[in-house]
Design a protein around this ligand. Structure first.
Ligand SMILES: CC(C)(COP(=O)(O)OP(=O)(O)OC[C@H]1O[C@@H](n2cnc3c(N)ncnc32)[C@H](O)[C@@H]1OP(=O)(O)O)[C@@H](O)C(=O)NCCC(=O)NCCS
Length: 155
């Protein structure tokens, strides 16, 4: 994978929103406030990928195993008894996919995840096989953003 992965700052949110629109069905689009809330509460879990242009991102934050964050609800505070890193969102622009960019973004999250018991996420848009290749297992079927999704865990 060519490109550079760096921690995101608030100045990058505009580009994050553009990538989100290119990567997700509109039922999943989230507001600027949601992304900013994660970045402000847990900047060490938020990364951007720069190729010849901004190409992808990953947002993660501490959370509780078995619970998930509703779509488009800004986070007010992190739980005191957090026991997992929750990968809230990963996206890579279509033209940069299939070359390890998604896996490289996830590897960065693994560094921060070492202090937790597990990594959890909600797999949408039929992405569960991507996550299974990274070691995740399915926990249960849920409805997220009005659509079928899977809660997944890596321990
Ligand atoms: C999911 C996503 C980030 C993967 O990015 P990527 O840069 O293509 O990922 P990688 O190149 O690291 O792929 C790693 C492996 O997973 C596979 N893979 C990638 N996306 C996949 C998907 N959606 N479903 C199944 N397998 C997938 C790749 O083929 C590759 O397999 P290989 O190692 O056998 O070659 C990207 O497809 C994306 O942005 N999708 C839209 C947003 C989205 O749905 N995000 C997931 C939300 S939970």
């Amino acid at each position: 994978m060519d490109g550079l992965i760096k921690n995101l700052t608030l100045k990058d949110i505009e580009q994050v929103l553009e990538i989100q629109k290119a990567c997700y069905h509109e039922d999943y689009w989230e507001s600027r406030e949601k992304f900013e809330s994660i970045l402000q509460l847990y900047p060490s879990g938020c990364y951007g990928l720069w190729c010849e242009k901004p190409a992808g991102y990953l947002f993660s934050h501490p959370w509780r195993i078995g619970e998930y964050v509703p779509l488009d609800t800004p986070i007010k505070e992190l739980p005191e008894n957090a026991d997992c890193l929750y990968v809230h969102d990963i996206a890579v622009l279509p033209e940069f996919r299939g070359k390890g960019a998604g896996s490289a973004l996830f590897s960065r999250a693994l560094d921060v995840a070492r202090r937790f018991r597990a990594i959890e996420l909600v797999a949408v848009q039929h992405s569960e096989n991507f996550w299974k290749k990274l070691g995740f297992r399915e926990v249960k079927d849920i409805v997220y953003g009005g659509r079928k999704a899977k809660l997944m865990l890596l321990q």
